[in-house]
Design a protein around this ligand. Structure first.
Ligand code: ZN
Length: 486
């Protein structure tokens, strides 16, 4: 009898394993088949020189806009006008909010919705403590060892110069787009993005509706996911929301020699511990789920078996993802306890204790639902919860079946067909969040290869881009404009 049961069990396990493996073997690729390659001949050394010149102008934005040195921005505008004369002759240029730039390249068919290509002019400063750790100084724009070095090489003067080069190239060729093409460069993305906000408002006031927006956010990542050796073009189709909550507990004050059982700080501390102990539910869904659907066919065994059989392995994957900060952040709303304060003196009871917590909200949830969750977890009326003004809901999720996503995917693979294109959830905030009212299709992607080391260079030491990658980036934008808008 036992033998018989064991036999049946054995057969069930075998069938189960066969199902898993068959499922893994039969997941079909979602990649666009490309035959042709990108034909354009561009002079990459000239492109490199232009990026180098752009880097040498230190367009550093300051959190306090009154403290921003505006001279470099004026210089930057002059540099663009001088370097891209044909573009400036053909496109309409508007300066918005002081230093943000909006170019309009009028299309021949007004019935088609325009597109908007974005980047930002500003960069973060070079940390004075790290000055001597740079191989080439941060604003040198040095061209050496096959790279262009300096602040903005990856974030994001590379995209800005690529867009300008591509338009200049096409204007020079006599190309006229069918769709109107807007090019928008904010001047303060790193410190809040008032420039981009003003441009978005200007277009909205003019009743402009856009086919799609392309901004920074994702890149062509190498070594980003286990079990896949191909570079992955992470095209951001959504970005998380941003919510900072202020928690306040009122106290009685007084001398600390006869304290109550719990001071305002003690009550607040309990609330903070409860928040950390009760993270938001974890879920592989939406953009994260879509990303795995795109990369799974290109994974190696045995990971492919797991990802191809989410119905069975999801709990295990969630448990595994939770361990690393980056994968944890794509499957849940995260909360970071960031600031706190209480009494001014060691022997005075606090009349008030406060803390700031920063939440990054998963698409599908809202600022209201996030606040409600935090309130439930704290479960104490004594803790006052207020939201702060610099907060916003998650973006809507762009459609991966839209022609615009298809164009981006196709051109990326025409440049290098070993690249696997995948939708992606951007964890930070980009200027593109201002455009939610103008289009359903916002993509966040810069066509540049990045490995984990390059990620550290962004806002860090030795920021650089290879000359060859810069050439590919220019070709990407030429193709995107020409092939999809003629
Ligand atoms: Zn940036």
């Amino acid at each position: 009898m036992i033998k018989k049961i064991l036999k049946i069990l054995g057969i069930i396990v075998l069938v189960f394993i066969i199902i898993l493996i068959v499922k893994a073997l039969t997941v079909s690729s979602k990649q666009v088949e490309v035959k042709e390659t990108i034909p354009y001949k561009i002079d990459i050394m000239t492109v490199a020189k232009h990026l180098s010149e752009a880097i040498q102008i230190p367009t550093i934005s300051n959190q306090d806009s009154l403290k921003t040195d505006t001279k470099p921005f004026e210089q930057f505008h002059t540099f663009l006008a001088k370097t891209y004369p044909k573009l400036h002759k053909t496109l309409k240029k508007e300066v918005v909010k002081g230093y943000a730039l909006l170019y309009t390249w009028k299309g021949s068919d007004p019935s088609l919705k325009p597109i908007l290509l974005m980047a930002h002019q500003d960069v973060v400063p070079v940390d004075a403590v790290t000055l001597d750790q740079w191989t080439h100084p941060g604003f040198s724009g040095a061209i050496a060892d096959g790279y262009i070095w300096g602040r903005g090489a990856l974030d994001v003067k590379n995209a800005l110069i690529s867009i300008m080069e591509s338009v200049e190239y096409l204007v020079n060729k006599g190309f006229v787009p069918k769709r109107t093409i807007y090019v928008a460069f904010g001047h303060d993305e790193e410190v809040g993005g008032e420039g981009a906000k003003a441009i978005a408002k200007l277009l909205k006031d003019r009743n402009v509706q856009l086919e799609y927006v392309l901004d920074e956010g994702g890149a062509i990542m190498e070594g980003a996911l286990p079990g896949i050796s191909n570079p992955i073009a992470m095209v951001g189709i959504a970005e998380k929301g941003y919510l900072t909550l202020k928690l306040t507990v009122k106290g009685t004050g007084g001398h600390s020699s006869m304290p109550p059982h719990h001071t305002a700080l003690g009550v607040l501390a309990r609330a903070l511990v409860a928040i950390e102990d009760n993270p938001f539910p974890r879920e592989i869904k939406g953009p994260a789920q879509q990303m795995f659907e795109y990369v799974t066919p290109h994974m190696s065994f045995p990971l492919k078996v797991m990802f191809a059989n989410m119905w069975c392995f999801k709990p295990l994957l969630k448990w595994q993802f939770e361990k690393a900060e980056s994968s944890n952040a794509i499957m849940r709303t995260t909360v970071a306890l960031t600031m706190t304060g209480a009494s001014e003196k060691d022997n005075i009871l606090p009349t008030q204790a406060w803390a700031m917590i920063n939440c990054r909200i998963l698409p599908g949830e809202t600022m209201a639902s996030t606040t409600a969750y935090i309130k439930k977890v704290i479960d104490n009326e004594a803790v006052l919860i207020e939201s702060t003004p610099w907060s916003n809901d998650p973006s809507p999720v762009s459609d991966i079946n839209a022609p615009s996503f298809h164009s981006i995917a196709t051109i990326t693979r025409q440049i290098d067909n070993s690249i696997v294109v995948a939708p992606y959830l951007v964890l930070g905030a980009t200027d593109s969040r201002n455009y939610n009212a103008l289009t359903n299709q916002i993509y966040r992607f810069t066509p540049v290869k990045m490995n984990n080391e390059d990620l550290k260079r962004t806002h860090g030491i030795n920021e650089r881009i290879s000359i060859s990658d810069m050439g590919k980036s220019v070709k990407f934008f030429i193709a995107l404009i020409e092939k999809t808008h003629q």
